[in-house]
Design a protein around this ligand. Structure first.
Ligand code: SER
Length: 388
């Protein structure tokens, strides 16, 4: 099943159950939000989860682009991406958790044809603040889906304060063997859909108070589900990355993990640029800069003559199209090249700095910090400059 078809099936399924589709927002949260990027579908809906009525009612569905820097070091494995799409549904003080889980189960098994024997659920087992989520537990037991109870893993919040609650996560078996173990015991159980019973607000002092309404917030990682439904071994092999697979390896022969990181970071950088962020030494612009520099570091590790001038415009267009962004691909390409030039100049300076006697011997942590903080030279680049 192609990604587009998954999106259509998802949205129609929830529209048939009274949900109205809302337009996904950009990656940039509102100006007064301390978080750098939109990290989940619920993020732009925070005021409505806190009680402000939504103009389209109490049942919503959407597709939201998200960016997570917390997962940056995991990018390159089978399941993590920096920018990804999240399919989401919300009950704003309308139906309760078990109804949401019932629809989730129905969509996965009937709508998308997943074998129920490949599912596992996790549920909040209770802690010193709240009791166990018995409603979710009983729902899964009634469906014959195995359940694992956890504490921290089944509590979701978007930050240290604000709306939060216990969640029930649905995992899908990705192994070649019959399912075994549990989601926390075997990482071939891949989390696909999180249903958060969002009915608490955490205050500055860490205490929990009830929100004015009992919400349900769900989020399903599109590329993850697509790769599982398409039977591919990683998110990078699902159809979203088709043109990247076709065009990049002949251009830049890289080991598999580096290729994944290059695809992920370039695609993410294009989308971040498309949402209006520009490279900078702090904040969002710094995240963008890090993405581009990590790509260049990987490309230049084997061959310093490689460059983003060779990046096929089709890939930039593909990313901008996928996320419905208006910026021209030429403009995005120009900004990427400008950033590449800036980085090359920095490296030249880096080489000069590294030729100083202080850096002749093996480098210590302090040297790495100094080179990074004062000269903006990442550790892997310093290492390759010294050993290259
Ligand atoms: N907010 C939850 C998540 O991001 C569910 O949408 O996982």
């Amino acid at each position: 099943m192609k990604t587009e078809q998954i999106v259509r099936t998802f949205v129609e399924y929830f529209e048939q159950r009274g949900h109205r589709r809302i337009t996904g927002s950009t990656l940039l949260p509102p100006a007064d939000d301390p978080v750098l990027f939109t990290t989940s579908g619920m993020h732009p809906l925070t005021p409505h989860l806190e009680g402000r009525p939504h103009p389209l009612g109490r049942r919503l569905v959407n597709v939201q682009r998200c960016l997570r820097t917390t997962d940056l070091d995991e990018v390159g494995d089978a399941t993590h991406l920096t920018v990804f799409e999240m399919l989401g549904t919300w009950s704003l003080g309308d139906y309760e958790g078990p109804v949401s889980l019932d629809w989730g189960y129905g969509l996965l098994t009937e709508g998308l044809g997943i074998d129920p024997g490949l599912l596992y659920a996790t549920v909040h087992g209770g802690d010193d603040r709240t009791g166990p989520d018995t409603a979710s537990l009983e729902f899964w037991q009634g469906r014959g889906v195995p359940v694992e109870l956890t504490e921290q893993d089944n509590w979701w919040s978007n930050g240290p304060t604000g709306p939060c609650g216990p969640d029930s996560e649905i995992f899908l078996w990705s192994g070649d063997t019959p399912p075994r173990s549990t989601p926390t015991g075997d990482d071939r159980w891949v989390e696909v859909w999180n249903h958060v019973m969002m009915r608490h607000r955490r205050l500055d002092d860490g205490s929990l108070v009830p929100l004015p309404q009992r919400n349900v917030d769900t989020g399903l990682g599109l590329e993850r589900l697509a790769s599982l439904l398409q039977g591919t071994s990683s998110v990078f092999d699902c159809d979203v990355f088709d043109p990247w697979h076709r065009l990049l390896p002949p251009l830049w022969p890289l080991d598999e993990r580096s290729l994944r990181v290059v695809c992920d970071h370039l695609r993410s950088a294009v989308v971040v640029l498309g949402d209006g962020v520009r490279p900078a030494h702090t904040g969002r612009g710094y995240v963008l800069r890090r993405l581009v520099r990590r790509v260049l570091t990987l490309l230049w590790r084997d061959d310093p003559t490689r460059g983003l001038g060779d990046l096929p415009p089709e890939l930039i267009e593909h990313a901008l199209d996928r996320f419905g962004q208006d910026m021209g691909s030429g403009e995005v390409h120009r900004m990427l090249l400008e950033e590449e030039r800036r980085f090359r100049r920095l490296l030249e300076r880096g080489r000069q700095v590294l030729s100083r006697p202080r850096f002749r011997g093996p480098l210590g942590e302090e040297d790495f910090h100094y080179l990074h903080d004062t000269h903006g030279l990442p550790r892997d680049l310093v290492t390759s400059l010294l050993h290259g």
